[in-house]
Design a protein around this ligand. Structure first.
Ligand SMILES: [Zn+2]
Length: 191
């Protein structure tokens, strides 16, 4: 079953990750995000260096890029939410912490296979989307699209890290993601 509303008998918490106050997780996720940001911007610059003589900042394009970024954040969470519903999530909800938006569910337990797809759905979908846009519009909107793509990929650092952790379990586990914290349940021993 990809999704349960109650844990099987004998299942207990094996690990909990909280992206707000778990220092080790924060360090890994933010470190990965910054590394991705720097590497991807460096690659973008190598492909198409700034021409310093020709630099003009187009106010309207910059503003639209900011609006696109906010819309993207909402769509990213919506993608998680739709994936959760697709795998049978009954209690999907959306929220905003003041710092970031989230999708989650307090009462759905997803299998590892389903949860990895839920975690990585926005990464796969939106990376593909911005890649297609970059191919089509790189002549006019290169740096705007690079900003959106790089922010998209490095913003997925947390999702990629959690998917990686979940994929490492050999036993059958279930995952609950409230949007604020992720808990892994199984029959094994606590780590
Ligand atoms: Zn995400």
């Amino acid at each position: 079953m990809p999704c349960l509303t109650e844990l099987p008998d004998g299942y207990r918490e094996l690990k909990q990750l909280n992206l707000q106050d778990d220092k080790k997780t924060l360090l890994i996720v933010n470190g990965l995000a910054v590394a991705l940001y720097l590497i991807l911007f460096a690659i973008a610059f190598i492909i198409k260096p700034f021409d310093l003589d020709l630099i003009t900042i187009d106010l309207i394009v910059s503003l639209l890029t900011c609006v696109a970024f906010i819309v993207y954040m909402v769509l990213h969470e919506l993608t998680h939410g739709i994936a959760m519903k697709h795998f049978g999530g009954q209690r999907v909800k959306y929220g905003f912490t003041g710092l970031y938006a989230y999708a989650g569910s307090d009462a759905d337990y997803f299998s590892a296979k389903a949860y990895i797809k839920i975690a990585l759905a926005p990464f796969v979908l939106w990376t593909l989307f911005f890649t297609v846009l970059l191919i089509l519009c790189h002549k006019t909107l290169y740096w705007s699209l690079i900003f959106l793509q790089v922010t998209n990929i490095s913003g997925c650092a947390g999702d990629i890290y959690v998917a990686y952790l979940v994929s490492k379990y050999k036993e059958e586990i279930y995952v609950r993601d409230t949007g604020l914290d992720v808990t892994i349940y199984g029959e094994g021993y606590e780590e």
